[in-house]
Design a protein around this ligand. Structure first.
Ligand SMILES: Cc1cc2nc3c(=O)[nH]c(=O)nc-3n(C[C@H](O)[C@H](O)[C@H](O)COP(=O)(O)OP(=O)(O)OC[C@H]3O[C@@H](n4cnc5c(N)ncnc54)[C@H](O)[C@@H]3O)c2cc1C
Length: 456
């Protein structure tokens, strides 16, 4: 049994603490909030998780909300070359659904669970001096303090960090009063409108701590563009009102659905920005002792791909495997680096790359894949080739290692299209292109850009 300290009671610190406790280790979690204070505070974000992450939570006995949560069954994307123009849609189904639980509810419960399972919880805001004491009295100290001050202990990895500034201005809100299903969609998806000149907006089914099944909405505004309207907002109500105006102006097909949105609770909103950053996983304290970063502390991602918590969860599974394989040997800097590199090669790099791709203009290979899947409708019984392509793309949110390298490479993308459709890639593209042209014509006539009927 090892003695392990964890700083931070966000999703990742708590997952690590529970996993280590279940493996029989002595665990102390240091949190700047009590479980009750979690319920009263600001959430970190949506933290929707896909199946690989949910599997870990099930193994740890932390999946308390499976019978209440509005499951996310897939993704519905609309790509708009200009405002009010739906050029292309993708409706993909996940192999197994995802879920988003209010992180305030979750951390509240998981902290109490940890104590009930023999872990210790200390309520304090850990300073650098205190971190020295904690590191001195534990075999391993993990810092899962999010993007707060302690993350400065871990140097930015300039070679891996693609950006040195935020790529989007974010406005995020917990909203109630909306239907839980969209008309004309056979599944409850994360719904995503992309307007390359302005940014993106998406909504995710969400289990709110007070309201229950409801929605999160996130605007990802390109700085200075037409979606970048939230910077001066001083209340959640104001954020929701600005959002309503933007829907009417830019995405009118969702305006009616969004019209009745109300803020779910006074703290259920955020405005800000994230600079996507990879850090050195090892922090050296003034004494020379080393501590290890986890979660957002070591990798912070723009929320565009819904990957931050999923990425952290994959780090935790990797950590648990590496701790188990290390026996009684010391957790030194070499072990910390090797542990992180094992994760980064398998999950971290594909996740970071995929998430960053979503921040950039769409590349030629991804454009071909989107065109080839045109006509997907997300029905559970739809086994068509276009649906399988749409599903494969959607599944990449669960495991970005699956398709990220393919959608960056035209040759691999064309092979995938040909293999999946059983016909030459250009035939699938031509069919998709015809459907898109037909949709454009229909919109010019004031009709919905209905996708073409599905191929067999
Ligand atoms: C708008 C938005 C939407 C998002 N949507 C998604 C999504 O759909 N899917 C997804 O996977 N990810 C999403 N993310 C990212 C996700 O929320 C984060 O990756 C995840 O919450 C990080 O968890 P964490 O435990 O590493 O850090 P945090 O959640 O930040 O938790 C760190 C905790 O440590 C505490 N702490 C900090 N310093 C100290 C200290 N010195 N002493 C004690 N405690 C301390 C903090 O108060 C905090 O409670 C989103 C992010 C945003 C901003």
């Amino acid at each position: 049994m090892r003695n392990i300290g964890v700083i931070g009671s966000g999703i990742i610190g708590l997952l690590a603490a529970h996993g280590l406790r279940k493996a029989g280790h002595q665990v102390t979690l240091y949190s700047d909030k009590t479980p009750e204070q979690w319920l009263q505070g600001r959430p970190t974000g949506t933290a929707a998780r896909f199946d690989l992450s949910l599997q870990l939570e099930r193994e740890l006995g932390l999946n308390h909300w499976d019978d209440q949560v509005p499951w996310c069954e897939g993704a519905h994307f609309t790509v708009c070359p200009e405002p009010r123009n739906r050029l292309l849609t993708l409706t993909g189904r996940l192999r197994r659904p995802g879920q988003a639980i209010d992180v305030r509810l979750q951390s509240h419960r998981w902290m109490n669970d940890l104590v009930a399972r023999g872990g210790r919880v200390e309520i304090e805001s850990v300073t650098l001096e205190r971190l020295e004491q904690i590191a001195a009295s534990h075999d391993l100290t993990l810092v899962a303090a999010g993007r707060m001050e302690l993350c400065q202990l871990f140097a930015r990895d300039a070679a891996r960090s693609v950006y040195d500034a935020p790529q989007r201005q974010l406005a995020w809100m917990c909203i109630k009063g909306l239907k839980m299903r969209h008309d004309n969609l056979p599944l409850v998806p994360v719904r995503f409108n992309a307007l390359p000149t302005a940014g993106e907006v998406f909504y995710m089914p969400f289990l709110h701590k007070d309201v229950g099944p409801s929605w999160n909405c996130l605007f990802e505004a390109k700085p200075g563009g037409p979606l970048d309207q939230f910077r001066g907002a001083t209340s959640g109500e104001q954020v929701v009102e600005i959002a309503k105006g933007l829907f009417r102006e830019l995405f009118p097909w969702d305006a009616d659905w969004f019209q009745d949105a109300q803020l779910s609770d006074p703290n259920g909103w955020l405005v800000g920005a994230v600079t996507p950053t990879v850090r050195n996983p090892v922090g050296r304290l003034p004494s020379g002792r080393e501590v290890m970063a986890l979660g957002d502390t070591v990798m912070s991602l723009d929320p565009i791909g819904g990957q931050g918590a999923n990425n952290g969860s994959k780090q935790v599974r990797n950590l648990l495997e590496c701790v188990a394989g290390h026996g009684d040997r010391p957790f030194d800097a070499a072990w910390m680096h090797a542990t992180f590199e094992r994760f980064f090669a398998r999950h971290g790099l594909p996740t970071y790359t995929f998430n960053n791709l979503l921040l950039e203009p769409i590349g030629p290979a991804a454009r071909e894949l989107l065109m080839a899947q045109y006509g997907s409708d997300g029905r559970a019984d739809n086994q068509s080739a276009v649906q399988r392509l749409a599903n494969a793309f959607t599944e990449n949110f669960n495991d970005p290692a699956a398709l990220t390298s393919v959608v960056q490479d035209q040759r691999q993308t064309r092979e995938l299209i040909a293999q999946t459709t059983g016909s030459p890639w250009f035939a699938a593209l031509a069919r998709g292109g015809l459907g898109v042209a037909r949709g454009q014509l229909r919109q010019k006539l004031g009709l919905d850009p209905k996708p073409p009927p599905l191929a067999a």
